[in-house]
Design a protein around this ligand. Structure first.
Ligand code: PMV
Length: 332
């Protein structure tokens, strides 16, 4: 009754922002992302009839393991409850989890956390679920983007029309294209408003409905650019979509401002580099971090320029990664 899973975080090329059903985490639009090879959560789950309650320990990045209490624990317990109820079981679990990257800065740490938890707990309790069923279960965790961390490589989460059809699948395997995503940790301070509250406000932006109208075409165009491995077609759509997300967050009520001064400085820098022939493009999640996308052949040049921009800024260099996998190396 013990299993361990390793799950990647993902960076959305088409963002999930806003829901049509909160309880079921049904998104207002389909979204598309790439799994990140160096942003991983490892989680071990062990169910045991002797245990009287769930015991959850998380080693946050660079910190000692800490036993979770309060709302963070509640979200995990609720996900364990869903898995217990599918298995018709009441046994409690010990959960230990660790992250290879800082949380809450705009790298989707809740996505990898809930993907790893879902896959490890389903296996530990003896459920045998298909990949599609696992993505649906991960979606229910409330961190909807967790469903995109389960399949391999570049993944589409179809919004679907109901609970059974809102699921994720792989569009391209990790080795399809030699993309690189360089995460620039502009600030390590945790953001103050999580995406859960952010999604709830999306509909209050006067521009939100327009965004939803534009997304199917944008998604189709970026999928074609990805299929053709065409960076000059992919990049402008990536940036347009990233700015669109923040246009919505800044115009919803209450407004959310995730960018810091340095985020904007990096946008200008990337535009300048392109004029100088270094082809790279930016995107961001709901946070201050900038993700810079380029091809493998320009990676060293981009990293050199990033060091010149700020030699102290921490970088995480990712390639497209496989999705959530099980391992025999347990954390306890
Ligand atoms: O899945 P959540 O609730 O953590 O929301 C993710 C929201 C964004 O990161 C901004 C966009 C996305 O699609 O990942």
């Amino acid at each position: 009754m013990k299993a361990t899973a390793i799950a990647p975080a993902n960076i959305a090329f088409i963002k999930y922002w806003g829901r049509v059903d909160d309880a079921l985490t049904l998104p207002a639009n389909s979204s598309l992302s790439m799994n990140l090879s160096e942003c991983l959560t490892t989680t071990t789950v062990e169910f045991s009839p002797q245990r009287e309650e769930d015991d959850i320990t998380v080693a946050f990045y660079g910190e000692d393991p800490e036993s979770l209490e309060g709302s963070k624990k509640d979200r995990i317990v609720r996900q364990l409850d869903r898995i217990r109820s599918l298995a018709g079981s009441h046994v409690h679990a010990k959960v230990v989890s660790k992250n290879s990257f800082p949380e809450g800065v705009g790298v989707a740490s809740s996505a990898s956390a809930f993907a790893a938890l879902t896959v490890a707990a389903a296996r530990a309790i003896g459920l045998s679920l298909s990949e599609k069923e696992l993505t649906i279960l991960a979606r229910l965790s409330g961190s909807g983007s967790a469903c995109r961390s389960i399949p391999d490589g570049i993944v589409l989460w179809e919004k679907g029309v109901d609970h059974d059809t809102s699921s994720a699948y792989s569009l391209f395997p990790p080795n399809h294209w030699n993309l690189v995503d360089i995460v620039c940790l502009v600030s390590k301070k945790e953001k103050t408003v999580g995406s859960r509250e952010g999604h709830a406000g999306a509909w209050t932006s006067p521009y939100y409905r327009l965004r939803l109208q534009k997304l199917p075409k944008r998604t189709q165009k970026i999928t074609t650019a990805l299929a053709e491995k065409n960076l000059s077609a992919f990049g402008p759509i990536l940036e347009e979509e990233a700015v669109d997300l923040h246009l919505i967050t800044m115009s919803q009520k209450p407004p959310l401002f995730y960018w810091l001064g340095k985020t904007i400085d990096l946008i200008h820098a990337v535009q300048q580099w392109r004029m100088e022939g270094c082809e790279a493009y930016f995107t961001f999640d709901a946070g201050s971090c900038v993700h810079i996308l380029c091809q493998q052949q320009s990676k060293e040049e981009v990293v050199k320029r990033l060091h010149q921009f700020d030699e102290k800024m921490q970088l995480i260099i990712n390639t497209p990664a496989q999705g959530t996998r099980l391992t025999d190396t347990h954390l306890f």
